[in-house]
Design a protein around this ligand. Structure first.
Ligand code: MIC
Length: 644
C-alpha cells in the first residue's frame, strides 16, 4: 500500500502494537521538550522515577511561559528547572531565549524524528517533517525515562494544497480555513498531513503556523513533507547537514481527503470565543480595536514580524491601539534588528516585549474591560486573556497590523503593495545561550535547588472496590482545560504546588466548586463532547484528583486530557445513552458498586446506579490503561516496575 508520510515515520518508531485502526501503538520517542508551566511537574515526576539521566537522543527544557516575576515563585521554578537540566543531561533554554516551539524548530527540529512535548502546540515541529506530539507532563517524563509513548493508531487526514497565496494571505489563513470547515473537533483521532503542489509555496514557518494550530482542530498532530523549503530553513539555521528529504509515497492512501486552493483564500479571523468561530475579515470590518498582539507561540517568526515592520515603515499606529510584539525567539528579534525592522516598530509606536508566550496564556497583556483585542495567538477561549468577558480575535500578522494602523478590524488587502520578505541567507544566532548538558561525571555533583513553592508530587491511592459520590458539576460541550484550571498570572505560578493550585479548579465556571469538592471529599464531574480540549496542562487532571474527583463521565474526551485523566487514576467514562447526560444533574448521587472488579475483568460496560435507576456507562480503554486506573495512575505503575 502507498503510505502517507506520517505513517512511514511512525512505523519506523513503533515498538509495541501495529498499525491497525482502533488499537493502541507504543512508539519510541527521539526528542522531548518541556516548557516551564508544565515542566516543573514533569521533572518532579521524572525525579520520582529515580533515574540518573534522560534516555532520549535529546531533551530540552524551555522557560517561556511564566516570565513575570511578581514574587519569588516563578524565579524559583526557573532555577529549579535549570539545575534539574544540569543534573539529568538536558539542554536548558533560559527565560528570554524564546518560545519552545520556535526555538526548537530553529536549533533542534529534525525531519523524520519523533518529538514529544508537554505543550499541546508541540505539533509545530510537523512544519519540518517531524512527528511532533503534545502530551501531558507525565507522558513526557516517561519518554525521558526511555518508556514508549502510547496512543491510538490515528487516521490520516490528507489535505491537498493547490495554488499560491494571493497578497496579504498567509499560513494563518490556511489553518483558520481548516477550523472554519472542520471545527475544534474535526481532527480528533487524526493526523493532518498536507501534500500537493501548493505545499512548495509555503515557507517552513508558515507550515509551522499551520502545524501549531492543528492542536485547535483536536488533531494528534500535523505534518508537512521535508522538502527544499524545509532544507532552505535548516541551511539558514546552519543545520543543513541535518536535513533529509521525506515525503509520502506517490498516490498515498489517506483515510480522508480535503483540498484547499491557496489562491482562493482570503484573510480570515476567528471571532470570540473559539478558534473555530471563523469569518472573513471583510465581513467583520469596522469593529474598533484597542489592542493588537503579534507573536507568542505562533506567527512569531522572522517573516511574520518583518511583514509587520515593513508595513509599518513610515506609518504610525492608531492612537487608541496598544500594539504589542512578542518575538518568538531571541534569534528572531536579533535578525529583525539587523534588517532594521525594530526601528520601524518602535518608531510607529509598538511595544516590544521579551521573547516568550506572555499574553497567550494570560501572563500579562490582559486587555481593558469591554474592548477588542486582535492576536496572532492560537487560542481565544473565554477569559483566557485574564480579562472577564474578553473579546479576543485570532488572525494573521497581516490582518493584525492593518487593525493597528486603522484602529479597527480592516481587510489588510487595502494596505497596497504586499511587502516581499527575503529571509537572510544565514540567520544570526548565539548557540551559547542554550545551556548544554554537562559531562556525565559532572552531573551527579549538581544540587537541585528547590524554592518553598515547589511541593512534592502527591501520593495517589489505587482505585477502591466500589465508588460512590455526588455529581459536583455538570458542564456542556467543548469544555477546555482553561475552564478546568485557568492560566494567568495568579494561577500559573502555582504549577509546582498541587495543593495550592487545586484551590482554583473550575473557579471560572463555578466559584464555589473548590469548597463543595472539599466538603464532599471529592465526587464526579459530568461533561459533553470533546471534554478537556485545548492545553495539555496535566494539572487539569491532577488537581481535581488531588481533591478527590475519581470519575468523569462525558460524551467524549479530547485526546491529551483523556490520557492525563488515566495517568492520574481518574476513570474517563462515556455515556452510552446521550439522554442520561440530559437526565443527570448536579447534586445527584451515583454509585459504582463493582467498578474495580469490572475494570480488572476487562469489561467495557460499567454498572452505575442513580438511586434505583441504572445508568448505561462505557469504558473504552486498553489493558495498559486499565492497569493505570487500578493502580492509582501511571507513575505508581511504572515505579512498581522499576522497583521490581
Ligand atoms: C496553551 O496554549 O494553552 C499552552 C500555554 O501552550 C498550554 C500549556 C500550558 O497550559 O502550560 C498547552 O497548550 O499545552
Amino acid at each position: 500500500m502507498k503510505k502517507p508520510l506520517a505513517r512511514k515515520i511512525l512505523e519506523k518508531h513503533i515498538v509495541s502494537g501495529k498499525w491497525e485502526s482502533g488499537t493502541e501503538i507504543g512508539i519510541r520517542i527521539d526528542q522531548t521538550l518541556t516548557q516551564d508551566a508544565t515542566g516543573t511537574l514533569a521533572y518532579l515526576e521524572f525525579e520520582a522515577l529515580g533515574l540518573d539521566q534522560v534516555k532520549t537522543e535529546l531533551s530540552v527544557s524551555y522557560v517561556d511561559h511564566n516570565l513575570l516575576q511578581t514574587d519569588f515563585k516563578n524565579a524559583d521554578d526557573h532555577r529549579f528547572l535549570q539545575t534539574v537540566a544540569l543534573r539529568y543531561g538536558i539542554y536548558f533554554s533560559p527565560p528570554g531565549n524564546g518560545v519552545s516551539h520556535q526555538v526548537h524548530m530553529e536549533r533542534f527540529g529534525t525531519p523524520g524524528k519523533t518529538l514529544l512535548g508537554s505543550d499541546s502546540h508541540t505539533s509545530t515541529g510537523g512544519g519540518l517533517g517531524m512527528i511532533a506530539i503534545g502530551a501531558g507532563g507525565l507522558d513526557v517524563a516517561m519518554a525521558m525515562a526511555g518508556e514508549l509513548f502510547y496512543f491510538q493508531t490515528p487516521k490520516i487526514f490528507g489535505v491537498r494544497l493547490i495554488g499560491m497565496f494571493p497578497p496579504w494571505v498567509s499560513g494563518k489563513d490556511v489553518i483558520l480555513e481548516m477550523l472554519r470547515r472542520h471545527t475544534v473537533k474535526g481532527g480528533l483521532g487524526k493526523i493532518i498531513e498536507y501534500f500537493g503542489p501548493g505545499v512548495k509555496h509555503l515557507s517552513a514557518t508558515d507550515r509551522a503556523t499551520i502545524a501549531n494550530m492543528g492542536a485547535e482542530l483536536g488533531a494528534t498532530t500535523t505534518i508537512f513533507p521535508s522538502d527544499e523549503r524545509a532544507k532552505e530553513f535548516m541551511v539558514r539555521q546552519g543545520r543543513g547537514d541535518q536535513w533529509i528529504h521525506l515525503d509520502a509515497d506517490e498516490n498515498a492512501h489517506y483515510d480522508e481527503i480535503d483540498e484547499i486552493d491557496l489562491s482562493r483564500l482570503e484573510p480570515l479571523i476567528a471571532c470570540p470565543a473559539s478558534p473555530d468561530n471563523v469569518k472573513k475579515v471583510s465581513d467583520v470590518e469596522g469593529i474598533p480595536v484597542a489592542q493588537v498582539i503579534i507573536g507568542s507561540s505562533v506567527n512569531s517568526s522572522f517573516r511574520d514580524l518583518m511583514v509587520v515592520c515593513e508595513t509599518l515603515e513610515g506609518k504610525k499606529i492608531h492612537p487608541d491601539v496598544s500594539l504589542e510584539i512578542n518575538p518568538g525567539s531571541r534569534q528572531v528579534i536579533e535578525n529583525v534588528i539587523r534588517e532594521g525592522g525594530a526601528l520601524s516598530l518602535t518608531h510607529a509606536g509598538a511595544r516590544i516585549h521579551q521573547s516568550g508566550c506572555l499574553g497567550c496564556i494570560g501572563m500579562g497583556q490582559s486587555p481593558a474591560t469591554g474592548t477588542v483585542s486582535l492576536r496572532t495567538f492560537p487560542r481565544n477561549f473565554p477569559g483566557r486573556s485574564g480579562t472577564e468577558n474578553d473579546r479576543v480575535y485570532l488572525c494573521s500578522p497581516e490582518t493584525a497590523v492593518a487593525a493597528a494602523i486603522f484602529g479597527k478590524i480592516t481587510d489588510p488587502r487595502m494596505l497596497g503593495d504586499y511587502p516581499d520578505i527575503v529571509e537572510p541567507e544565514k540567520f544570526i544566532y548565539n548557540e551559547e545561550l542554550i545551556i548544554k548538558p554537562l559531562a556525565i561525571a559532572e552531573r551527579k555533583k549538581v544540587e537541585i535547588i528547590r524554592g518553598p513553592n515547589i511541593k512534592p508530587f502527591p501520593n495517589l491511592e489505587p482505585l477502591p472496590a466500589e465508588y460512590e459520590g455526588e455529581i459536583l458539576l455538570k458542564v456542556g460541550g467543548n469544555i477546555t482545560t482553561d475552564h478546568i484550571l485557568s492560566g494567568g498570572n495568579d494561577v500559573l505560578p502555582l504549577r509546582s504546588n498541587i495543593p495550592a493550585i487545586s484551590e482554583h479548579v473550575y473557579e471560572r465556571v463555578d466559584k464555589a466548586f473548590f469548597k463543595r469538592c472539599k466538603e464532599k471529599g471529592g465526587g464526579i464531574i459530568i461533561g459533553a463532547e470533546n471534554y478537556g480540549q485545548g492545553s495539555s496542562r496535566e494539572h487539569a487532571a491532577l488537581a481535581p484528583r488531588y481533591l478527590g474527583v475519581q470519575i468523569k463521565i462525558a460524551k467524549g474526551f479530547a485526546r491529551i486530557h483523556r490520557s492525563n485523566l488515566i495517568n492520574f487514576g481518574i476513570v474517563p467514562l462515556l455515556f452510552s445513552d446521550p439522554l442520561d447526560y440530559e437526565r443527570l444533574k448536579q447534586g445527584d448521587r451515583l454509585r459504582f458498586p463493582d467498578i474495580r472488579k469490572s475494570i480488572e475483568q476487562g469489561k467495557d460496560e460499567i454498572l452505575a446506579m442513580c438511586g434505583n435507576r441504572e445508568i448505561k456507562i462505557r469504558l473504552k480503554v486498553t489493558d495498559r490503561e486499565r492497569k493505570c486506573l487500578l493502580g492509582g495512575g501511571y507513575l505508581n505503575l511504572v515505579k512498581k516496575d522499576l522497583v521490581r
